[in-house]
Write a protein that binds this ligand. Structure first.
Ligand code: F6R
Length: 611
């Protein structure tokens, strides 16, 4: 949420900043801006350009000759203050010599603003962020680091900031409290960004900052200080992503690429973790001894959005297969309701980005109460991954589209592996374990088969994309898939959609059914199939059009539906993997038909780092 990039070095600074912002655009894209130093800016101390809209609009607004030898940039997702040029970052202070980009929320900005106004500082924006450059100006005595250290003592709330001063060429000071910042280490050049995506084209060496840390960067070295202003020595991590993994390649957008990548991304999540000899899973990152694992009495999952839906599937699976009571809850609710943490409980935080504020703060609250919390994350080195007590990386590779797809199926894979591990420590026999493993190994190919239905799903999307409302209905482990299908459609096509338990439909949502409201049914071939078929008949009797995702050869479901999308027959416990894919594609094709911006839907941002 909001992207930050800073650069100091010999390259063309403007190009590095704009390129970094382009890669960060998925974090927020309502306005953007840069500040560079070291050039001639017509009497102004720094060269600053800001523009409402996407990075392309900022690029178009750039004077051709604007260059500098160091600078900072920002792409915004508005929290305080509307989407205007004045509210876009960087914000300035100290007669235009200080420029700041900020990610997060300064909760005491009203008090700080009135204090600063009394001292004569003039504000030009409606943002909370603008107090920061004025505070830094207030403390500035010729050393930017000292001024930033003093200024942040006054801030309440969350921030990741990057700051430059026109009189201190080549220097960037950053500080982190609740919003991620990463230092990129190059040879004779340095970067500072809110995530590694912004600098992966230039360096693969990064240092993740922790909350309370401040970094002082020059082109050939950096110092990191802790809250007590002591220098800290931190490990330099190596990024293993390749640049190609964040490019669209032959696809028209990242979401399409990420949907079609799922056979490989799921295979990566499983890779090296299938123990065929012992018919179980190997999960080295859990950091839990066998005895501790076998004493777990219940599992709790906290997450947001799509990751929460993965947790809902995972909890049902754990109960069904490993016979462990399990529950998945929205992190935003857990944090504030003083949850009971039982001694024998094991908690998971699921998060693609590993930075979601709701999930992170809920995790910290649970840890404070003594719980062990494992992370299921995609982004290596992210805050949740680092602060959790262990966990499972899902290895989906960078997910750039705002709507999450491949991370979801990899999160499912992590739950299936953990379930197998737990089940084998309990009642599951070796034979059952081997069967479960074989089904898991078959998932990538099964997903590959469903992707071949692309044209059929595109035709269905064309037929229904004019609808104003959709219902998504499923039971058991397919209920969370209905929620996820509805979320995908809402997010990228802006069509209103509700995900419901098919059984619950008659208790209210059925009132919405009409010839104008399509219902998307998920039809398994397990013990719940007959019930779901009855629910389809109830909709049919009321004139509602039906799209059914069902098992190949299910003639009854196919005949009842107006449109039928078959998935390969499998062990019903594995249908969440195959049945979500047609829903991802349905949302994608509806959005394309309606001319939406698929990768960057309105009002949303990837990685929601504010509460
Ligand atoms: C949906 C989506 C969001 C995220 C949610 C949690 O497509 O992307 O609902 O799933 O914001 O994000 P992470 O998983 O990064 O914690």
């Amino acid at each position: 949420m909001c992207g930050i990039i800073g650069y100091t070095g010999p390259r063309k600074t403007t190009s590095v900043l704009l390129e970094g912002l382009r890669r960060l655009e998925y974090r927020g894209y309502d306005s953007a801006g840069i500040a560079v130093g070291g050039g001639d800016y017509g009497g102004r101390p720094l060269g600053i350009v800001k523009q409402v809209g996407k990075i392309a609009a900022l690029k178009a607004a750039m004077p051709a000759d604007l260059e500098g030898s160091w600078g900072i940039g920002h792409t915004r997702w508005a929290t305080h203050g509307g989407v205007t040029q004045a509210n876009a970052h960087p914000h300035t202070g100290g007669a235009g010599k200080i420029a700041v980009v900020h990610n997060g929320i300064i909760e005491n900005h009203h008090a700080l603003k009135s204090m600063l106004e009394k001292k004569g500082y003039a504000f030009v924006s409606e943002t909370d962020s603008e107090v920061i450059p004025h505070l830094i100006a207030e403390y500035y005595k010729g050393d930017l680091l000292e001024a930033v250290v003093a200024a942040i003592q006054n801030l309440e709330g969350t921030y990741g900031i990057a700051v430059v001063h026109a009189d201190e060429p080549g220097r960037i000071v950053g500080a982190r409290n609740g919003s991620p910042l990463v230092v990129g280490v190059g040879a004779g050049e340095m970067f500072l960004a809110s995530d590694v995506t912004a600098m992966v084209a230039y360096t693969d060496k990064v240092v993740y900052l922790n909350d309370g840390e401040i970094v002082d960067i020059r082109r050939d070295h950096y110092d990191i200080l802790d809250r007590e202003e002591r220098k800290v020595d931190k490990r330099v991590d190596q990024i293993t992503w390749e640049l190609g993994s964040i490019e669209k390649g032959e696809f028209t957008c990242h979401m399409e690429k990420e949907i079609f990548e799922q056979p490989e991304s799921i295979a990566r999540a499983l890779s090296g973790r299938l123990d065929l000899e012992n018919a179980t899973a190997k999960l080295g990152g859990l950091n839990l001894e066998r005895r501790r694992l076998s004493s777990i009495g219940r599992v709790k999952v906290i997450a947001a959005g799509t990751s929460w839906h993965a947790g809902l599937v995972g909890s049902q699976l754990l109960e069904q297969v490993a016979r462990i009571p399990a529950q998945s809850e929205m992190a935003s609710e857990v944090r504030y309701r003083n949850p009971v943490v039982e001694k024998d409980s094991l908690w998971f935080t699921v998060s693609q980005s590993g930075e979601t504020a709701d999930s992170l703060y809920a995790m910290r609250e649970i840890q404070r109460k003594g719980a062990t919390v494992l992370g299921i994350c995609n982004v290596v080195g992210s805050t949740i991954a680092r602060e959790s007590d262990g966990g499972i990386y899902v290895h989906s590779g960078p997910e750039i589209a705002v709507a999450s797809t491949k991370a979801f199926t990899s999160q499912l894979a992590a739950f299936y592996l953990f379930t197998l591990l737990m089940a084998r420590m309990r009642d599951m026999s070796r034979e059952e374990g081997l069967k479960f493993l074989a089904e898991l190994q078959a998932v990538p190919a099964m997903v590959g088969e469903v992707l071949k239905r692309r044209d059929l799903i595109q035709t269905i999307a064309k037929k229904y994309c004019g609808a104003k409302d959709f219902l998504f209905l499923g039971r058991g482990m397919l209920y969370p898939i209905a929620l996820e299908g509805a979320l995908k459609l809402k997010e990228i096509s802006y069509i209103h959609a509700e995900g419901c338990s098919a059984g619950e439909m008659k208790h209210g949502p059925i009132a919405l059914v009409s010839p104008e409201v399509p219902s998307v049914f998920l039809v398994s071939d397990d013990y719940l199939r007959a019930k779901t078929i009855s629910n389809m008949r109830e909709i049919k009797a009321r004139g509602g059009p039906i799209i059914a995702v069902g098992v190949e050869g299910d003639a009854e479901a196919a005949a009842l539906a107006d449109d039928f999308i078959p998935v390969p027959k499998a062990d019903p416990r594995f249908y969440p993997f195959s049945m979500i894919v047609p829903l991802q594609l349905l949302a994608y094709f509806c959005a394309v038909e309606l001319g939406r911006d698929v990768d960057q839907p309105r009002n949303l941002a990837k990685s929601v780092t504010v509460e």
